[in-house]
Design a protein around this ligand. Structure first.
Ligand SMILES: *Cc1c(COP(=O)(O)O)cnc(C)c1O
Length: 368
């Protein structure tokens, strides 16, 4: 064959998912590599899925997803015209890029951040502009503002940042928004917002009310525990949302995803989910303290994962966890991202790290 492929695709590496959990020496297998929720789905959500299952499988979903769209609009005090759903917020991120960029236009984001940003950008024919995080693993908003050019159409700000767990402040973000030229849309990716306990952090939907050049990206995958059903959404100006919808894959948001999201937004379900999020936050603090006591000083995290800036020791930690049946996300030469699991899973992490000894992890500390 002599097929020719889209120029630029040669520079794209397909998204690498979190490693599957290995089986450790103890026979245990724990996946802490994809920031998933350790809890099973809520009984009320499972019940709703069972009810709609037969029809949901044989029929196309309602493309407009009116019930969940209205529930979200009500929650954020916007209109349904401000809500755009997608097959996970990754698909909605892709809709932003396709709707706003022409080939050669630039998309600015921090790095290291969510690995989908550069992939989606290149696949759309746009040019990724990755701006290094500061020494503390935080967005360098001044450097990002300076990286905006005539070709910039879109800026992603991931808050809390994946994989470092750091946050920007409301004040810093508002100053950043004020510096953006009119042709630039800022997308605040709040995939982990529910885990954020820093009072200085922005609330995307509240900021959206004051800044039309901001859009907010949310997902049901993390705090809501629906990663496998694929549903996320944006809150954006109606003008932006309308263009996004044109770039969506038809019927990408299944009826099952819509029903599960809707059942999760019910007030009783929401209270149960909030309690689970609180437990994960408490486990995060316990795990961080336990790791620090064992020589692994992780960065302060406002998400459901921890980041150890281990530099060239990162693989040592990743390998030790792997040998104990625990999959973490290792960025060789940079760091390790570890999802906060159930209490038992976190205990297994602490036990595995405890057997390593502090010397293996260099107590003089490249850790943040
Ligand atoms: C997990 C994650 C998402 C959500 O992806 P879905 O497609 O909604 O599952 C979006 N942004 C970031 C930064 C993430 O880490």
């Amino acid at each position: 064959m002599t097929l020719s492929f889209r120029p630029g695709l040669e520079r794209v590496t397909a998204y690498t998912p979190g490693r599957a959990a290995p089986v450790g020496a103890t026979g245990r297998s724990i996946k802490l590599s994809s920031n998933e929720n350790p809890f099973p789905p809520l009984p009320s959500v499972v019940e709703r899925l069972r009810e709609v299952l037969p029809e949901a499988v044989s029929r196309y979903p309602d493309l407009a997803a009116p019930a969940v769209t209205e529930a979200l609009a009500e929650r954020f005090a916007v209109t349904p015209s401000n809500i755009v759903l997608g097959s996970g917020s990754v698909e909605v991120a892709s809709q932003f890029i396709h709707a706003l960029t022409a080939p050669g236009d630039e998309v600015v984001f921090a790095w290291r951040s969510f690995e989908a940003y550069p992939i989606l950008t290149r696949v759309a024919g746009a040019v990724p502009v990755a701006v290094p995080l500061d020494a503390e693993g935080r967005h360098d908003l001044d450097a990002m503002a300076a990286a905006v050019t005539e070709r910039t159409r879109l800026v992603f700000v991931c808050n809390p940042n994946n994989p470092t767990g750091t946050v920007v402040t409301t004040t810093a973000l508002e100053a950043f928004l004020a510096r953006m030229p009119d042709r630039v849309l800022v997308v605040l990716d709040e995939a982990y917002a529910q885990f954020d306990r820093d009072p200085a952090s922005p609330s995307g939907p509240a900021l959206f009310a004051r800044h039309p050049n901001l859009a907010v990206l949310h997902t049901f995958s993390k705090a809501y525990g629906l990663a496998g059903l694929r549903i996320g959404y944006a809150v954006a100006a109606a003008e932006v949302a309308g263009e996004l919808r044109k770039t969506a894959l038809p019927f990408a948001v299944t009826r099952l995803a819509q029903e599960a999201a809707l059942a999760s937004l019910d007030s009783v379900a929401q209270a149960e989910l909030d309690a689970r999020v609180q437990r994960i936050v408490e486990e995060r603090e316990r795990l961080a303290a336990g790791l620090a006591a064992r020589g692994v000083r992780v960065a302060t995290s406002q998400a459901n994962f921890l980041w150890w800036a281990g530099g060239d020791r990162s693989e040592v930690l990743g390998d030790a966890l792997h040998a104990s049946g625990i999959a973490a996300r290792v960025f060789p030469g940079e760091g390790v991202r570890l999802t906060v699991g159930s209490p038992e899973e976190n205990d297994a992490v602490l036990a595995a790290v405890g057997t390593m000894g502090p010397v293996a992890l260099d107590p003089t500390g490249v850790g943040a």
